[in-house]
Design a protein around this ligand. Structure first.
Ligand code: MG
Ligand code: ZN
Length: 388
């Protein structure tokens, strides 16, 4: 009897801190990629099946921010990175402008490595929310300073000028090197063998990278592959965020052709993540977007008068021609979430954008132990309790 009681007392202790099947998480954000943008390459991809088709678990997400029904990329990425909704423009601060702990800040103390890849400046709203805290997305120089202080192990994107040509005169490029980064501004070779003892930064443009229509190469695919080959050597696993930043920019420009090329480019990087996850078996891949941009649609052309509806034309919501509408180019349509690998079943159903963070925490053992302070009366509170 004494022995039995002893065993029973051990059960809760054994389940505490137990290993899950998820060691690594790859979060892929197609900025501005609503369902129409995602759908576009099913019709404009030379009859090649998109990598999006390889996902089994699919959900839909509401992207409204704490203060605005229609979010921007900063509030959207704050929700992904911290688990809390905030105001448009916020870089991982709450509606009272207090810092919110980001996923990278949580995992760095556990020895889990992190990487960020974007086709925008690495200081742009989406990547910034994973390592920085700023009251406005426009504070690019402050955000660059936060990258220097951060625990990020690998980054690749644009934004060189926010490090080496700053208004405050500080040479943040040198500061990055002092922090142990090996930097490159000219070449990203996906086959290069990186040293897991080091940190790496690729700053491949002064600000954002060229668009696909302007001739950008396979940077997004190459950077994703290089990041994965480096991060996979991490004993405690990794978190990698990959952003197809310019789907949104082509949406703002109302350029349907540009959207399609950016989505194709993003889908290639998705393929690389899935190839890795298939072999690895301990990697959760999540593909989603912060919001839809442009009211993009796949509609018949006006001259398709035969009502055959076979001549699909990438077009835009007409209201966008109204000057009042063309500024507010994001829409609040529900956004698809595609998930693959262990833990991916958690991403089925309808939920909020900040639930992405909580679902990642639930799938991994990156548990937060302290209860978050309720500093944010406007935002929906999703206090995460340690998983048992
Ligand atoms: Mg973005
Ligand atoms: Zn936008």
């Amino acid at each position: 009897m004494k022995k039995l009681l002893f065993v029973l007392a051990l059960v809760p202790l054994m389940s505490f801190g137990q290993k899950t099947d998820v060691k690594n998480v790859i979060l892929m954000v197609g900025d501005g990629m609503g369902l129409s943008q995602l759908s576009s390459i099913y019709y404009f991809n030379d009859n090649k099946e998109p990598n999006f088709s390889r996902f089994k678990n699919i959900g839909l997400m509401n992207t409204s921010s704490a203060k605005q029904k229609i979010t921007d990329s900063a509030a959207g990425a704050t929700a992904f990175a911290t688990g809390q909704k905030s105001y448009n423009g916020a870089i991982s601060v709450d509606t009272l402008e207090k810092d919110l702990q980001t996923i990278i800040e949580i995992i760095q103390d556990k020895g889990v490595k992190s990487g960020l890849v974007a086709t925008s400046s690495i200081t742009h709203a989406t990547p910034a929310c994973f390592y920085s805290h700023a009251v406005s997305r426009n504070l690019a120089e402050d955000i660059a300073k936060d990258l220097v202080k951060s625990g990020v192990d690998f980054f690749a994107g644009g934004g060189l000028k926010y490090f080496n040509k700053r208004a405050d005169g500080i040479d943040m490029y040198r500061e990055l090197i002092k922090k142990g980064f090996e930097l490159d501004t000219t070449l990203l070779n996906p086959l290069k063998k990186l040293n897991k003892q080091k940190r790496y930064g690729y700053l491949m443009a002064e600000n954002g990278l060229k668009s696909k229509l302007e001739g950008r190469d396979d940077f997004l695919l190459d950077a994703t592959e290089l990041a994965l080959s480096y991060l996979q050597d991490s004993d405690e696993g990794f978190f990698l965020m990959v952003e197809g930043s310019q789907i949104d920019w082509e949406g703002h420009a109302h350029n349907g052709k540009g959207i399609i090329e950016e989505v194709k480019d993003f889908d290639k990087a998705v393929g690389a993540a899935l190839d890795f996850a298939e072999i690895d078996g301990e990697t959760l891949v999540i593909v989603t977007a912060d919001h839809e941009t442009g009211g993009f649609a796949l509609a018949p052309t006006a001259k398709d008068s035969s009502w055959q509806y076979n001549d699909i034309h990438p077009t835009f919501y007409k209201g966008a021609d109204d000057p009042a509408m063309s500024y507010a180019a994001h829409t609040t349509t529900l956004i698809p979430v595609l998930a693959y690998g262990p833990g991916s079943e958690l991403f089925q159903g309808f939920y909020q954008n900040n639930d992405i963070f909580h679902k990642i925490m639930q799938a991994t053992n990156w548990n937060i132990t302290e209860i978050r302070q309720n500093t944010n009366p406007d935002a929906q509170q999703h206090i995460y309790k340690e998983k048992r």
